[in-house]
Each structure stands twice: as structure tokens, then as C-alpha cells.
Write a protein that binds this ligand. Structure first.
Ligand code: DCM
Length: 135
């Protein structure tokens, strides 16, 4: 792993859904759905960065769990990782995204099949499907 890290949250609900957020920018991915998150800042660990990003983007407090296995090398020397998380305070709202959606595993699969998921985030589909379907 080199360069800076971007951390995304695999935010799950007690009833087995995953929180997806629809991007507004840049044009290549505007309208596509992602695991919300952002760049890890100097002096932060990934969990701290995710808690900060999800407060900024979703207006919620989250408890962060373990890391998903896969990571992705993005352009511009950025490495994208994901952490499991659950909401412990607040109701999520789309502060920076166009919309938010809680999806079931079937809905996630359909969205992926129709190309609605941000390309980088598709590496996590197997892990996400296993977890949110109760595996
Ligand atoms: N990114 C991604 N998938 C995510 C979150 C971020 O591919 N779930 C990418 C998009 C940008 C970079 O990481 O290239 C920085 O994200 P942002 O623009 O949200 O700060």
C-alpha cells in the first residue's frame, strides 16, 4: 500500500441492510452509488477518519468494526479500504450525496448487475452479500 488512504463505511442495519449513498461528483461517477467515506487525514487512523467522514456526510455517529478483506488501488496514489460500521447516533441524511438508500442483498445484486455501483466498490460485493444476508 502506498500514498494516501481513502476509507469507506460498510454501514449495516440490525435488519440486514446496507447503506448506499448516491454520488453527485465527479461526472464519471455522478449518479452511481457508493459506500460513503473519504480521505484519511494526517494524524488519523482509518477508524477515526471514517467516524469524522460519516458525521460530515451523513450526520450520524458510527461504531467502527473490522476491515473488509479487499482493498483497491485508485488513481492518484490513493488506496481505498472499507470498514464495517453501524450507526449508534442519529438518523442518516444526505448532506453531501444526492440520496441515501438502505438496500437488501437482492437489491444490492440488482444494482451491481445494472452498473449502478461505483466501479471501485464492486470488489466488496462478495463480502457485503455474505454479511448482509446473515452469513
Ligand atoms: N471513492 C470510491 N469509493 C468510495 C469512496 C471514495 O471509489 N466508496 C473514491 C472516489 C475518489 C476518492 O475515492 O476518487 C476520494 O473520494 P471523495 O471524492 O469522496 O473524497
Amino acid at each position: 500500500m502506498s500514498g494516501r488512504m481513502v476509507v469507506a463505511g460498510a454501514v449495516t442495519s440490525a435488519d440486514g441492510r446496507l447503506l448506499l449513498a448516491q454520488r453527485r461528483y465527479p461526472p464519471e461517477v455522478a449518479g452511481l452509488w457508493e459506500l460513503p467515506g473519504g480521505k484519511v487525514e494526517e494524524g488519523e487512523d482509518p477508524a477515526q477518519a471514517l467516524r469524522r467522514e460519516l458525521r460530515e456526510e451523513l450526520d450520524v455517529d458510527v461504531e467502527v468494526g473490522t476491515r473488509l478483506e479487499r482493498s483497491v488501488e485508485l488513481a492518484h496514489d490513493l488506496t481505498l479500504v472499507a470498514l464495517w460500521a453501524r450507526i449508534v447516533g442519529g438518523e442518516p441524511r444526505a448532506v453531501e450525496h444526492s440520496r441515501l438508500r438502505w438496500v437488501t442483498v437482492d437489491e444490492l445484486d440488482e444494482m451491481a448487475a445494472s452498473g449502478a455501483i461505483v466501479p471501485a466498490d464492486t470488489v466488496w460485493l462478495p463480502e457485503l452479500s455474505l454479511r448482509i444476508s446473515g452469513g
